[in-house]
Design a protein around this ligand. Structure first.
Ligand SMILES: *Cc1c(COP(=O)(O)O)cnc(C)c1O
Length: 388
């Protein structure tokens, strides 16, 4: 057991007294939801990431769903994403009645492969089955090759939702991830294992005012109070609103948003420590028989995850041994196309061999702001013993 005799999770939140005070202040205020804290949080995240607008919602899955709706994805359309992601990146397409397909990963970055994307687009063009939306994921906090993907988007006519759930605080080609320079909409998650948290929460960022208006409306039932968006003349009275689209209740509370704004004040500190710990893992694992994460020179990861690869035949034993020693390692991700829900659509083992090979060797080591250097050394010690 580790010296604290308490299991070391793969990720966890860090909550300060200031965070708690910020939440209490909302509890004592007039608004628990639909109040000023949500607007403040949206403006803070947009301004931090360099995007024009933000719509904060109940979770990132809701943000992905709304983003698909805002881009008019529907029955008969195709959404493509990477198999190396959480199921939500693909499910958002199914929610809209669209068909989902996958593009295999780059074995170096574990992100969606631009080469595989281009090949698949060529075939799809011939077949008349081009995607309407592509969802690249900034896996582990490292940006996908967004510039190249955006270039393909212009060439083949698809829209882009960047699933940056892992990546707030990272950067890419001189801009913050989230700036949405190379995406129509970018999504962050604020689940407690991610970089900053609101308990549950997410946001959809965009630079397009029309998409922003659509996202704001979809969050609240498709209802508007803006006379410019109404069909009837708005001179009906101050109570009047119209439902002009089929939206949802995907709102986040002011309680959560206040926590988010307070957390955001420390995002650079959080990411700096994650980077330091990642560099330290690299160092501690230098002579160990594992593959450590490759980093692209195009940006800097936010380091949501630190993933190593071990021999396929050893993965299960290494994982079990780590768990037995109180190191709650994890595996990210079971390729989405191998989930039973997707298999019944016809996907099968062998469809995306790079994602499957990666998955069979991957282990995510603990990485979070409050992980101590002693704990980290304990993790590495356990790993070395498990490999022996
Ligand atoms: C966490 C995560 C989501 C979903 O986020 P929620 O806020 O839990 O809905 C979506 N995509 C990726 C890649 C994630 O890691």
């Amino acid at each position: 057991m580790n010296e604290a005799a308490k299991p070391i999770p793969y990720g966890r939140q860090t909550i300060s007294d200031e965070d708690i005070e910020a939440v209490i202040a909302v509890l004592r205020s007039d608004f628990l939801t639909q109040g000023p804290a949500v607007v403040r949080f949206e403006e803070s995240v947009a301004s931090y990431s360099g995007a024009g607008f933000g719509t904060a919602v109940a979770n990132a899955t809701a943000a992905l769903h709304m983003a698909c709706r805002a881009l008019d994805l529907g029955p008969g359309d195709l959404l493509w994403t990477t198999p190396n992601t959480f199921v939500a990146s693909a499910n958002c397409g199914l929610y809209c009645g669209a068909e989902v397909d996958f593009v295999d990963i780059d074995p170096k970055s574990y992100n969606l492969s631009v080469e595989a994307l281009e090949r698949k687009l060529e075939t799809a063009r011939t077949a008349g089955r081009l995607p309407k939306v592509v969802v690249p994921v900034d896996f582990s906090g490292q940006s996908a090759e967004m510039r190249e993907i955006a270039e393909l988007g212009r060439r083949y006519g698809f829209r882009i939702i960047e699933d940056a759930s892992h990546a707030i605080g990272g950067d890419y080609l001189g801009a913050k991830i989230g700036s949405s320079v190379h995406a129509d909409i970018t999504v962050f998650s604020f689940h407690p294992v991610k970089i900053i948290t609101t308990g549950e929460g997410g946001i959809a960022l965009t630079n397009d005012p029309e998409l922003h208006a659509r996202l704001q409306m979809l969050r609240t039932h498709g209802i508007t109070r803006d006379p410019k968006q109404m069909s009837a003349d708005a001179e009906q009275g101050g109570w009047y609103y119209e439902q002009v689209d089929l939206g949802y209740n995907y709102r986040i509370t002011d309680i959560q948003a206040a926590l988010g704004t307070s957390q955001l004040a420390r995002v650079d500190e959080f990411v700096a420590r994650r980077r330091m710990l990642a560099a330290r893992y690299d160092e501690l694992l230098r002579d160990v028989a594992v593959t450590t994460p490759w980093q692209s020179p195009d940006g800097r990861s936010a380091w949501h995850l630190y993933v190593i690869q071990v021999k396929e035949t050893a993965r299960r034993a290494v994982f079990d041994r780590l768990r037995a020693d109180g190191v709650l390692a994890n595996v990210h991700y079971i390729p989405v196309h191998l989930q039973p829900w997707y298999r019944q659509m016809g996907f099968k083992p062998g469809d995306f061999p790079e994602a499957e090979a990666y998955y069979s060797r991957a282990i995510s080591l603990p990485l979070y702001f409050s992980l101590t250097e002693t704990q980290q050394e304990y993790v590495v010690g356990c790993l070395k013993r498990a490999l022996a």
